[in-house]
Write a new protein. Structure first.
Length: 268
């Protein structure tokens, strides 16, 4: 617990500092998304799959940088077509590999984009959700605070009151009591946020908290399903006491796209 607490403290400071300025925010989450993708490819490799890591990382970087460039420079969306040749390079590269399951390798390369890169792009775009070319740290910060509140509340309530299993097949320790405790804690944080950030009504912040709690929990379960299928305990070992970056951001991967759609439909 001491190791976990120290790691969480310093990493939280770094993450919060990265939100303060647009270019720092861009660089930090580009790096974070690529490291998480590399962890994903490393995990599936344990299961005998050989994804095209180098091409995958190149495409992921281009997707993220294109997203950032759109917000900063508002260029025409036709330039997104430049991603297509790189994407189809995966199929061509597989021709030169001697493998019995070529389309499994291709498939997992693409799954990496969908499961890791795209959600990080949606989270990144929360910084520009009000005005597409003006950065504000309010929504990314609120997202992270609600997500952390959910995780903390679920852990504490589950530890003290947990009796009814939430999804024992994929995560034996999760309970319904912990889930509702996480929702409650996240809603409390959303109320506090509504007093500080007034871009939207308190009910909108509360809805965001409910989505993050629900889909963040599902994101945790999805990653547990992945790790169990590959018989892996952690996605990595970079964060002492916490595993890998994919372990720390599993909730974000499912929640961020849903939150973005929710806010986009309300604000535009």
């Amino acid at each position: 617990m001491k190791t976990r607490a120290i790691t969480a403290f310093f990493f939280t400071i770094v993450m919060l500092a990265s939100l303060l300025e647009a270019y720092t925010f861009s660089a930090f989450y580009l790096l974070l998304s690529l490291v998480a993708l590399l962890e994903f490819y490393k995990m599936v490799k344990i299961g005998g799959i050989r994804p095209h890591r180098n091409i995958g990382v190149a495409v992921a970087a281009l997707i993220f940088l294109t997203t950032a460039a759109y917000h900063f420079f508002q260029f025409e969306l036709k330039y997104l077509l430049l991603i297509i040749p790189l994407v189809f390079a995966v199929f061509i590269a597989e021709l030169y590999k001697k493998n019995k399951i070529p389309f499994a390798n291709i498939s997992y390369t693409f799954v990496g984009f969908i499961y890791v890169t795209v959600p990080f792009c949606f989270f990144y775009s929360l910084g520009f959700i009000v005005d597409f070319n003006t950065y504000s740290f309010h929504f990314p910060l609120a997202f992270l605070l609600m997500l952390w509140a959910n995780d903390t509340g679920a852990y504490l309530f589950g530890m003290k009151l947990g009796k009814r299993k939430l999804f024992e097949r994929h995560s034996p320790k999760k309970s319904w009591e912990g889930f509702f405790g996480g929702v409650f804690t996240s809603l409390v944080v959303s109320i506090i946020i509504s007093f500080q950030f007034t871009e939207v009504e308190p009910i909108v912040w509360a809805g965001m908290a409910a989505i993050i709690s629900s889909f963040g929990t599902l994101g945790d379960l999805v990653e547990s399903m992945l790790k169990r299928s590959l018989e892996v305990k952690d996605s990595g070992s970079f964060l002492p006491g916490h595993g890998g970056f994919l372990d720390r951001f599993d909730g974000l991967l499912i929640a961020a796209p849903i939150v973005y759609v929710y806010l986009y439909l309300l604000l535009h």
